[in-house]
Structures are given as structure tokens and as C-alpha cells.
Ligand binder design. Sequence first.
Ligand SMILES: C[S@@+](CC[C@H](N)C(=O)[O-])C[C@H]1O[C@@H](n2cnc3c(N)ncnc32)[C@H](O)[C@@H]1O
Length: 224
Amino acid sequence: MLIIIMPKNKLLKYERVKRLPNVTFSVLGESPLPGSYPWHDERYQGMQKILELGCGKGEYSLAFAAANPRKLCVGVDCKSHRMCVGAELAIAQGLENVHFLRARIERIGEFFLKHAIHEIWLTFPDPHPKHRAIKSRLSAAFFLDAYANLLIPGGTVYLKTDSDLLYDYTRESVRRWGGREVAKSDGAHGTGCSASGACEAVSAYEQAARSRGAAIQFMAFKLN
Ligand SMILES: C[S@@+](CC[C@H](N)C(=O)[O-])C[C@H]1O[C@@H](n2cnc3c(N)ncnc32)[C@H](O)[C@@H]1O
């Protein structure tokens, strides 16, 4: 029998996050209509929508929400104890235009209406360096198909990464898919990433990468 011992703090977050009003859990096997999720509430109608995929503790989602009070930001991650940090901070800061979704990004198309999203942010996604895991990269063709369905015509996908491998792969994957790159920077800290106030935020992961002296790269692309 395998016994997993989890740090107490992590366990407490797993419990607390279930009761937060700004967190939605996807339940495997249950598929409510996309229109029934909180981000389609009347109070958000007419607001542009930003998705942060793989949001971790949600630093970017919070920064987008703070910098863009008339936009709604939804942070998505499969690790609920991480988003607990962002969701609790959002409540403490009185940010009502940010929400979190605990779900796998592979299922992202189930939660949003077609062509309803203005921006998608991939903030330091796992690079999945092994060949057998290429299809798990968030810029693989399978994911680009899903993003193209979600984005409004002319909507933008943004990537910030400290992985040269993922950066080069994404450029090639977008090109092969038929998308077009609209901005990029190889600057040490991803200069050029000022869209939606992204420069105001530094996530825990990004801070660690910077401390190691890693170069942060940024790109933006369109799929439709
Ligand atoms: C390297 S961390 C970056 C987190 C955050 N964006 C940051 O900058 O600190 C990647 C995050 O993506 C999430 N993630 C990776 N693959 C995922 C998937 N297929 N579905 C949902 N979340 C995923 C992980 O749980 C993790 O929190």
C-alpha cells in the first residue's frame, strides 16, 4: 500500500480552496453547458475575457485583473492548492474580476463559449522536454486547435517562458499550424510583454528563473 504524506499547509489549502466563492472545480464525468459557468454571469457580460492557462498561484491573473478592471480574468490550473493562494489574495484585495478554474487544460473547450476569449496567456508552461511528452506542451497542435476555437477573431495568445526549447518549439508549432507571430522578444526579462499589465507581475516561478540568471522570452501570436 502506498502512503503519501502531504505537508499540513498543503492539506489545509486543499480544504480551504473548496469553499472559496471565486474557484470553480471541474468534475470529471460531469459536463454542464459552457454557458452555466460563473464567467458567463450577467454581471460579466460585455467584459473582455482573459485566460491564464497553468496559472499556478495566479500572480498574473491577479495582475491582469488589477490592471484591467473592465476585463474578466480566469486562471486555470489542475493544482487547486496553488490557485488557493491567488483566490484568497483576490478576495483579500477585493478583486471581483478574477476567477479560478481547477481543470485540466486538455478540457478547456468544455468551459467557455466559442470565440468568447480575447487573450490567452501561457505563463511559464512546463516545457516537457522528453520526446514522448511533446503532445503535452501547451503550444502543441492539439492545444492550438482549442485556443483557435475559444479566441475571438483576431484574439491573441501570449507566451512567457524561460525555456529555449519551448520557445523555439512554439514558434515552429504556430508556423506549422498556420498561425502568425505578432510580437517576440529575447530580452533578459521578456521586455515587450507589457500587454494587459503583464510586466507588473513576477510569478514565483519567474522569480526563481530570474535568480538562476535564466533569460525570459516572450512571444505573441494569432490563430484566426
Ligand atoms: C511551471 S508552473 C508555472 C505556474 C505559473 N504560471 C507561474 O508562472 O508561476 C506550470 C503550471 O501549469 C500547471 N499545468 C501544467 N500542465 C497542466 C495541464 N495540462 N492542465 C492544467 N494545469 C497544468 C501546473 O500545475 C503548474 O501549476
